[in-house]
Write a protein that binds this ligand. Sequence first.
Ligand code: ADP
Ligand code: MG
Length: 253
Amino acid sequence: MQNTIISVKNLKKNYGVFEAVKGISFDVFEGEIFGLLGPNGAGKSTTLEIIETLRQKTSGEVMVNGLNLDKEPDSIKKIIGVQLQTSGFYPGLNLLELIALFSGLYNQPVAPMELLKLVNLEDKAKSKYKEMSGGQKQRFSIATTLINKPKIVFLDEPTTGLDPQARRNLWELIKSIRKEGTTVIITTHYMDEAEQLCDRIAIMDEGKIIALASPDKMIDDLVASGFEKPKPVKSANLEDVFINLTGKEMRDE
Ligand code: ADP
Ligand code: MG
């Protein structure tokens, strides 16, 4: 039996007359990687930002680790880690200086080198934020979500725009965060990523959840419904070719 750590019931969000989120309900279990998938404009970021206490809902009920969003938003803030947009960092500060800044903001002591080691950036401690590659910036921004030792981490499209090596490297990082017992909620447009990482996924479209299950179950259900791929599937794809030719090592170290 799994413990529910986030419970969302009949959540609605209107922007003026536009209904961006149309009464969705779902639970996230403690310790899982939960994926929120869906086309642009489906309402994924809106949903996450409401749970993160960063956006007002129109109606519905949200509980996070037993805390009611309406009554105890400040207590919720203390137990979650939210990945900032990369523009949220001072570009001219180095990584140690940025960590010290966050540590002060959260009023939470941190061991900066240990944190950097976790995301494989020890060598970059004295580098300025603006001097890092896309993958390194994403790893650093994930590291900053861990400063307050959160129970739940929210990652909104953390791998968008990364090369295949950096993407795989982030998968390992996200798995290692989950291994520590932290619950992870992630959005992504990459289906291979969702299949690799997520224990369960919810697929959103036009403000509604249209499916919720494990990736395996969703695929099995589709196959059971008589679905067949139009072409015979090759035993490799172009991404396999790319990785096979260029290797798995990170290039931006
Ligand atoms: P997703 O993250 O799935 O791409 P969003 O939650 O960002 O979707 O947006 C859902 C819908 O709500 C989109 O149609 C978007 O244009 C609209 N929307 C998002 N934020 C606002 C806002 N602040 N004001 C008005 N409409 C918004
Ligand atoms: Mg979004």
